[in-house]
Each structure stands twice: as C-alpha cells, then as structure tokens.
Design a protein around this ligand. Sequence first.
Ligand code: PLP
Length: 474
Amino acid sequence: MKLLNEESVKGRSLSLIGKCDVEEYIPYSRFLRDEVPELPQVSEVTLSRHFSALERRSHGVNNGFYPLGSCTMKYNPAVDEEIAAFEGFTGAHPLQDDSEVQGSLQVIKDLEDRLSAITGMDAFTLQPAAGAHGEFTGLLMIKAYLESIGETERNKIIVPDSAHGTNPASAAMAGFNIVNVPSGPDGCVDLEALRQAVGSDVAGLMLTNPNTVGLFDKNILEITRIIHEAGGLCYYDGANLNAVMGIVRPGDMGFDVMHLNLHKTFAAPHGGGGPGSGPVGCKEFLAEFLPGSHVEEKDGALVRVRPAKSIGDMRSFDGNFLVAVKALSYIWMLGAEGVKEASQNAVLNANYMRVKLSDIYTPAYDTTCMHEFVLNLQKLKAETGCSALDAAKGLIDYGIHPPTMYFPLIVHEALMIEPTETETKETLDEAINALREIYDKAYNDPEYLKEAPHSTVIGRPDEVAAARHPIVHW
Ligand SMILES: *Cc1c(COP(=O)(O)O)cnc(C)c1O
C-alpha cells in the first residue's frame, strides 16, 4: 500500500468546491507558518480510498472478537455516540458562563454522583484524560494530603508484583519510591510480605481488585486495614471495573482514592488513540484536594467551584466532556440492575471460556475467575516449541484479535483472555474452537503455527524496534 505522499501529484486537490468569493481574513497572522507545509496533493476519491484501505487492515470490535485481557474491548452501544453528538453538547464552549451551560453541568454532576454510587466514593473529578493520568492525579492528591498533615516523610508506595505497569510508573512520576510486594501461589497479595513492607515511611498502596490475574483478592479488607493501620492511604486502580460494578464497591473495600477508565468500562471506544477519560474519585477527607472544578448546586443553579486545596489543573477545563456524556448515557440506559448484569455476564463469559479450555490449556490459577483469566502455555511450549506468541498469532487467522500476551509478568507464557459481556455464546464457542485447533496445530504442524498469521499483510513486525525507533516522518 502506498503512502499518501507517494500518491501525491503536484497541483491535484479536492476541487469540488468552487473558489471562495469573500476576501480572506486571517485573525491571527502571527501564528501562520513562514513556508507552506509539504502536504500530499491528492483527489478526494484517492484520499477516501486510502483511509478505507487503512481501516480494512486494522482490527476493531466491529471486525471481530477482541479478547484483549485488562483492556475491556467491549462493544460500545452506538446510541451513546449519538447522544454525545447532540448539538447542545458539541456546541458548548468551556469558557461559557455557568448559567449558559446548565445542561452540560448537569451531565457532569450526574455522572460524578453516579460514579460515586457505583464505587462507594464521595466525590469525583472528570479531568484526567486516561487511566494512568488518573493514577498520577490520585497520587498527587495523596501527596498533598500527607503534606497537609505534616507527614512528608512518608515517601513509599507499595505496589504488588502483579500490578499494571502504569502503577509503579505513576508513583515514580509523583516522586514516590516504589516497594514491590510479591503475590502468593494463589495469585493474591502475600499478607506476611505486606506486613513486612509497611512502616512509618509508607504513603500508601496501589492495588487493583480483581487483580491482573483476574482474581478477587479474598483478603482485601485485611490488606487495606494493614495499610491504614500503618498510616498510609489506599489507592484503587479501577481501570477494569467490569467484574464488580453493581456488586462490590472499592469504597467499601477500604480504598480512599481511585480512578476509573470510562474508555474501558463505560462505553467509550479506545485503542487507536482515544479520547479517553480517567475520572478520579475519593473519600470526603480528600475531596478538597481534587483538581479542576467541581459542580455544586447554589441558589437553584449549578456552578463550578474549585476545591479549597485543589492540586491544580490536571487538564484543561472539565476533561474530555463528550466521553462523560457517553458514560452517563450508558449508565442511564443500563440502570442499576443493568450495570450489575453487565458485570455478571462478563464474569460468566470468562469462566465459560476458562472451563471449556482448561482440559488442554493450563489456567495459571485453577479457580473461579472474575472478568478475565490467564492461561499458562509453558507446557505447550516445552512439548511443541510453540509459544504464547505463536498461539496468539495463530488466532489472527481466525479473525480474532490476540489476547494480551506475556502479562502479568508473574505468569510465564501467559495469555490473558477477557471476553467481555457483550459477546454471544456463539462467538465464545468459535473462539474456544479456534484455540483448540491451534493447540492441535502446535502438536501436528508447529512450523505452520510459528509462521502465523498467514492471512495478513504484515505478520510479525519487530515490535520493539517499532516502539523504540519509530519512523514517523516521510
Ligand atoms: C488500562 C489500564 C490502566 C491504564 O489506563 P490508560 O487509560 O491506558 O492510561 C491502568 N491500570 C489497569 C489495571 C489497566 O488495565
């Protein structure tokens, strides 16, 4: 496939629209470039075909099953997109006076209230634009809180070894030192190791529950108690709320501050660059540190108020507002019962696949999982030479996006499968069959599997080189 620049012909352009007969007026000429940029010059149909061809080469939820563990690539209802496209929302400007955007402020307030109800928190900010951004925000709030009570010697954040990579990264960015605690053989936090790790220098703990191996930590109340007793705060990584919304609440598990990924659990599409939204919620005692502004009712009208000791702005204005509209519309449509049912079906679908595969693939933890499960392909690799990577690549030929591979790091040859609640039993059965055929292939024709995928233009790019040395210019 040619690049647009390679298709460019000098002078060719989108010439359907006639020349404008109104004199050009440039309000901010100081922002103009000195030289005309070298943009591709192509006809409209060439441009349209180029992007359609690109689209055909990529895989999205609309192309097929996408069981990418930890990422919740579920189908997002189209109606939420339509509601977010209402002119009253898209036409509002963040600098308009509060009195002119009461409807939009109502959306913000309503979403904050509903997220509080779902998570057991007392207040939310919609400013952070992503999950990791939310983590960083929550950690800065913990830092501000500790400073406000004069406990600045608390500089350690405890992170379990199964944590999502963003957790230690965010804690480091917020200026904390990271202390790793191991998981036990049951995949849960090793309580003895946790007790050893806490002390007067602990600022807090970052944890996700269900954890990244898809298990609900049965000791969660004890874990948060140990941290609180040591004087630290508990941060909940709620990027994947898909197993527990409507069932249990981080606020009731003992967490003080958390983020959610609206672009995983609450109807915003993701993968492909966003926009996302990682709202941060907290208990009452932390609310005065929230960034941005908070919507409150005053004299019968909604107004934006900055919390007293706000850590400042983490992003412009009210965050990715249209993503919030989608999330609210999604929550309204599901209702309290529907939210719970979504979680139940996500857990059911994951367990269905786990059980139907566990006679040939080894589950990393042979117990009921939450919304995702991890397979350990070490045995397959030892016996056939085919790795988790080969199995994942093989799935592409079935029109299925590979599961998350080699994560979490505590499981070797890991495939992490998250079917989500929006898939039908037929789709799950097809995926189970595909994985069973791949297993047979590994034993009968390993070379074929090692060269998979056979159906795509590119099969096995050098991902490290692509990430470390991207060629982003023409
Ligand atoms: C996806 C994810 C994140 C990060 O979210 P981004 O929006 O990609 O920054 C953090 N923690 C967990 C457990 C996740 O699954």
